[in-house]
Design a protein around this ligand. Structure first.
Ligand code: 6PG
Length: 500
């Protein structure tokens, strides 16, 4: 057993854990690792004998804790929920006041608030850190969203800034080209202190909600290309590749182009055509939507993306329904190139709305949970490493630099102009989707959100009158101050109207 003390420890050597450990060791930090199955630890250490920082395998949690410099810092990368609590409970008796546990999983932020509070009562510190970027991100640079006590963050900051993805300070573009033992030098790290207790995991959850919307919107663009224009996956791939060189340049568009080009090794058919059309999920998009409902904040496009996954999941029912229910049988007779450009614009405008909703939700959460979320910094750390990384995030970063108090992204001059110039195409695509019977719920809902948000007057006046009619729920008047409520003594249904 080595007597050299490690800078940090890590529990949970699934792929994410292994990759994060390698990333940390590549940056010259010595890391101790522990996995429940001893063979996994031994194999991992044996396979990585010479990293710059060094990796020490530990056969028990006691050994792991004993191998760390004080205050001890231990990353947990185990399954969210009960497994996380169980590891925490096993570690607590081994720790000393001031030690820091860091949960890097996709934990529910309320669990993080609870864990932080419980551990604080024991003199321990708890950081809930969102980690985005999947396996590749963990290895070469994820986007990291830490929340918890500020002083605890300062303890882990050197490691977090070293291992995070880096972007070019001038363009906001992710820096690439890291290889084993040779991490990226320089650049702006994609991590920042998010806020107390559950703030980091909350922001990660909203990141995932936006990720759901982004993915669904791309799928709708693909559905329109194939459903309306009859394009093959390969043809769609070329369009996505082209879009990836413009405004829509992003990780998800890039991988979509790759996926649509891929052939199935078994049948030789386009790979997407052999994949069953039922989407899975682990719940973070649902949490985002439920929380938007709880906080009374409109996030319809994110919620539609979750519902679209649910609808996809009832495959057998849809197959039966497809034999019974009919739709339009229109064929496309317009300019194909122009329609593809219109889909591009619809995707771009809908994307702006989904991000506007996500950032609006962050603002609502600030009030609800007593946080001060650094919205501009959050946009910055989403520019690299994470799943939603995109050129677009540079524009959001600039929007918050222009106006840190920005109420809604739609109101930023850059996005306002983008919506002004692209919305005719967006409306045309939504209408065409309806006309051709191609479901495009996130495009529709984003447009309805846009039109709703920009409406000085909505039909909620009628709604309030209905509520007052059947339940005496009262209403406010246009000619009275806000907050003053009235009730009309309605006649019985069907009776003559009240005299004026
Ligand atoms: C990330 C991702 C990741 C998430 C997957 C799967 O930022 O790296 O958001 O954390 O777990 O994308 O999510 P679903 O299974 O819910 O689609």
């Amino acid at each position: 057993m080595s007597t050299m003390q490690s800078d940090i420890g890590l529990v949970g050597l699934a792929v994410m854990g292994q990759n994060l450990a390698l990333n940390i060791a590549d940056h010259g930090f010595r890391i101790s690792v522990y996995n429940r199955t001893r063979e996994t630890t031994e194999k991992f250490v044996a396979e990585n004998p010479s990293t710059p920082g060094g990796i020490q395998g530990c056969a028990s949690l006691e050994e792991l804790v004993g191998s760390l410099k004080r205050p001890r810092k231990i990353i947990l990368l185990v399954k969210a929920g009960a497994p996380t609590d169980s590891v925490i409970n096993s570690l607590v008796p081994l720790l000393e006041p001031g030690d820091i546990l860091i949960d890097g999983g996709n934990a529910h932020w309320m669990d993080t608030i609870r864990r932080e509070r419980d551990l604080r009562a024991k003199g321990l510190r708890f950081i809930g850190s969102g980690v985005s970027g999947g396996e590749e991100g963990a290895r070469w640079g994820p986007s990291l969203m830490p929340g918890g006590e500020y002083a605890a963050w300062k303890e882990i900051e050197p490691i977090w800034t070293a291992i995070a993805a880096k972007v070019d300070p001038a363009t906001g573009k992710p820096l690439t080209g890291a290889s084993p033992g040779k991490p990226i030098q320089g650049g702006v790290p994609c991590t920042t202190y998010i806020g107390p207790d559950g703030a980091g995991h909350y922001v990660k959850m909203v990141h995932n909600g936006i990720e759901y919307a982004d993915m669904q919107m791309i799928c709708e663009a693909y559905a329109l290309m194939s459903g309306v224009l009859g394009m093959t996956p390969e043809e769609c791939s070329e369009i996505f590749a082209e879009w990836n060189r413009g405004l829509l340049d992003s990780f998800l568009i890039e991988i979509t182009a790759d996926i649509l080009r891929q052939k199935d090794p078994v049948t030789g058919k386009p790979f997407v055509e052999v994949v069953l059309d039922t989407a899975g999920q682990k719940g973070t998009g649902k949490w985002t939507s439920v929380n938007a409902l709880d906080l009374g904040t409109p996030a319809p496009t994110i919620a539609e993306a979750v519902f679209a996954r649910y609808l996809s999941a009832v495959k057998e029912e849809r197959v039966e329904a497809s034999k019974v229910l009919t739709g339009p049988s229109s064929s496309f007779a317009g300019d194909r190139k122009a329609f593809i450009q219109a889909i591009h614009d619809a995707l771009y405008c809908s994307k702006i709305c989904a991000y506007a909703q996500g950032f609006q939700l962050l603002q609502a959460a600030e009030k609800e949970y007593n946080w001060k979320l650094p919205l501009g910094e959050i946009a910055k750390i989403f520019r690299g490493g994470c799943i939603i990384r995109a050129r677009f995030l540079q524009k959001i970063t600039e929007a918050y630099e222009r106006n840190p108090q920005l109420k809604n992204l739609l109101l930023d001059p850059y996005f306002k102009n983008a919506l002004d110039s692209a919305q005719a195409n967006w409306r045309m695509v939504v209408a065409s989707a309806a006309q051709h019977g191609v479901p495009a719920p996130s495009f529709y809902s984003a447009l309805a959100y846009y039109d709703g948000y920009r409406s000085e007057r909505l039909p909620a006046n009628l709604l309030q009158a209905q509520r007052d009619y059947f339940g005496a729920h009262t209403y406010e008047r246009v000619d009275a101050p806000r907050g003053k409520f009235f009730h009309l003594d309605w006649p019985e249904p069907g009776r003559p109207q009240l005299e004026v």
